[in-house]
Design a binder for this molecule. Structure first.
Ligand SMILES: [Zn+2]
Length: 175
């Protein structure tokens, strides 16, 4: 685990939005960002990836059928898997929807040749009775979106760090 200085970290309501590369609006195809924050019994896992890597396109859906296909694809960014012994319950989950990614989806005057460089975002909050048992977190969808490299920021009681998951690697070790 690579350590870095506390002053480089800005912990806010939206941790990922505060990461420098994201704040600058830079979005690199093939590169996802994740954050794991454990505070007491509260665990938050955030994930953000370029739309291109999730949908295979950044074009607005051409019709209602395409919109359904897009929505199905977004749903594959599924809930993280945690050790059962940690006794975690999912409190809250959010994920980008097609309508939020393409707010002009119903208008017919948008430019179909213009790529739409936005990110798919998801966040899950768990309440864990035995947070000490959280030795790993699995992001099962990284197997599906196997072209993604994922940079993970960890804010844990035992310290802070960052790791990089190679494409296809779904496991975030917390030990
Ligand atoms: Zn893009």
């Amino acid at each position: 685990m690579k350590r870095f200085a506390l002053r480089e970290m800005v912990v806010g309501l939206s941790l990922l939005a505060s990461l420098p590369a994201v704040a600058a609006g830079v979005h690199q195809h093939g590169l996802a960002k994740a954050a794991v924050v454990l505070e007491g019994e509260s665990l938050t896992v955030s994930f953000r990836a370029p739309l291109m890597d999730i949908l295979g396109t950044e074009q607005p859906p051409a019709d209602a059928a395409a919109q359904v296909r897009y929505e199905d694809r977004l749903k594959q960014v599924s809930e993280p898997l945690l050790p059962e012994s940690a006794e975690c319950l999912l409190n809250h989950a959010t994920r980008s929807r097609v309508t939020s990614l393409f707010p002009d989806v119903d208008s017919h005057d948008h430019d179909h040749d213009h790529s739409h460089h936005v990110d798919v975002e998801a966040e899950w909050t768990f309440q864990c009775r035995s947070p000490g048992e959280l030795t790993r977190i699995i992001l099962p969808f990284l197997d599906t979106f196997s072209g993604l490299t994922t940079e993970v920021v960890l804010l844990l009681p035992q310290g802070q760090g960052a790791i990089r998951l190679a494409p296809g690697n779904t496991r975030i070790p917390l030990e």
